[in-house]
Design a binder for this molecule. Structure first.
Ligand SMILES: *Cc1c(COP(=O)(O)O)cnc(C)c1O
Length: 392
């Protein structure tokens, strides 16, 4: 042990950090001084927050806090064990059935995060000898989960149906007995665009594959009662494995897999991130349940209407296409240029981070703007003005 920082480990770490810095890729943490909402305070400065995934402003909502407090009184905080030992409390079972009802699936299983849901589910379904076909822009947790599974991986260019079909044909021909799993998102987290879901569902059915669909950025925002894109395009019942997160539009924390009863029971027995991890605090589960209740209610409907109105307002002020989701990327390209633009926006009081490698491909660095239902028209107008000044 050498606490002074000159151990061989630290030498390795410091040279790695130097390398990251020299490529303009250094990332640092920066805490907010108060809650996460449209106006935030950081290092004593008040800023417009245009980067949160709390699309409906639920993270700080009074009803959510009340649900959390009441559950804390009923069940305490920590759960003391994993779900299969003694860590399943009423709040977890209530959340699971609320998710199933919301998603209109026979069953659902909640996880402690989206990352854990993907890492537990994909390797439980596929292994060596199987084939997983992923969209190129799939979230890191989907890629990591596919790798962990040991299945043969094939990647198709983003939303490229022809290449998806040729991979499906190849998999059927080369691995006749294999399970084939297509993995995709419905709304892509860094591009904000939509998957051609109806066509993808038709393709996976024609070739006898299953579809794992990550709706992280669609639940709450798109579809009837905010059920997601599969619901909106009318294919939800044909998507075998429907993943969603509870930490974005739901304003809480955690994630779920919705599908058949057999899928839930199988994951309870085979998803390692579920089995070998302490269950989430009951108040978190209760807050998630409250969030789903709000999202599916007329109040949720009006929050969604406000969000879409905000998105249209920003679109009317900038030379951009009609938004497909609450995520609006402004492509810059060069990593350093993106960081500099983001820094100029910060000087003007706008929190709009640069997204760079390894989150997106090298040379496709961007500003990632997200809007929420809680943004005001004047806030959106000031952002548009600042963006035009910083781009000029
Ligand atoms: C955020 C995100 C996840 C991870 O969910 P967490 O609950 O934050 O772990 C998974 N998939 C996509 C597409 C995401 O954007």
């Amino acid at each position: 042990m050498n606490p002074r920082g000159d151990s061989s480990l630290d030498k390795f770490l410091l040279s790695g950090l130097e390398d990251i810095e020299s490529r303009g890729l250094m990332r640092k943490l920066s805490a907010l001084d108060g809650p996460q909402q449209t106006r935030v305070t950081r290092n004593g400065r008040e800023l417009w927050n245009f980067t949160s995934n709390d699309y409906l402003g639920l993270a700080t909502q009074t009803a959510m806090k009340a649900a959390d407090k009441a559950e804390c009184e009923r069940s305490g905080f920590g759960t003391g064990a994993s779900r299969l030992i003694c860590g399943t409390l009423a709040a977890h079972e209530e959340l699971d059935s609320t998710i199933a009802e919301f998603k209109q699936t026979p069953a659902a299983l909640s996880f402690s995060s989206g990352y854990a849901a993907a890492m537990g589910t994909i390797p439980a379904l596929c292994g060596a000898g199987d084939v997983i076909i992923l969209d190129k822009l799939s979230h890191a947790c989907l890629v990591d989960a596919a790798r962990l599974s040991g299945a043969v991986l094939r990647v198709f260019p983003h939303n490229d149906l022809c290449k998806l079909e040729s991979h499906l044909k190849w998999a059927r021909a080369k691995h006749p007995g294999a399970k084939i799993l297509v993995v995709a998102e419905s709304i892509y987290s860094m591009d904000g665009d939509r998957a051609p879901l109806r066509e993808m569902v038709e393709l996976k059915e024609r070739h006898g594959a299953w579809l794992f669909l990550d709706e992280a950025h669609a639940v709450g925002v798109i579809g009837q009662q905010g059920r997601g894109l599969a619901d909106e395009v009318g294919v939800a019942a044909r998507v075998e494995i429907q993943m969603g997160t509870l930490g974005k539009a739901m304003g809480s924390h955690g994630a779920y897999i919705a599908g058949s009863r057999a899928l839930r029971n199988y994951l309870i027995n085979r998803a390692r991130s579920f089995i070998f991890s302490t269950s989430p605090p009951a108040p978190v589960a209760a807050a998630s349940r409250k969030a789903i209740e709000i999202v599916a209610s007329p109040e949720g409907e009006s929050l969604r209407a406000r969000l879409w109105k905000n998105l249209q307002h920003l679109q009317s002020l900038l030379p951009i296409n009609a938004p497909a989701s609450a995520i609006l990327p402004v492509l810059i390209g060069n990593e350093t240029a993106a960081v500099e633009t983001s820094a100029r926006l910060l000087e003007k009081g706008f929190l709009v981070p640069a997204i760079r490698f390894p989150t997106v491909a090298k040379g496709s660095a961007r500003l990632r703007i997200t809007l929420t239902s809680a943004h005001t028209a004047s806030g959106i107008e000031s952002l548009a003005e600042a963006l035009q000044e910083c781009a000029a």
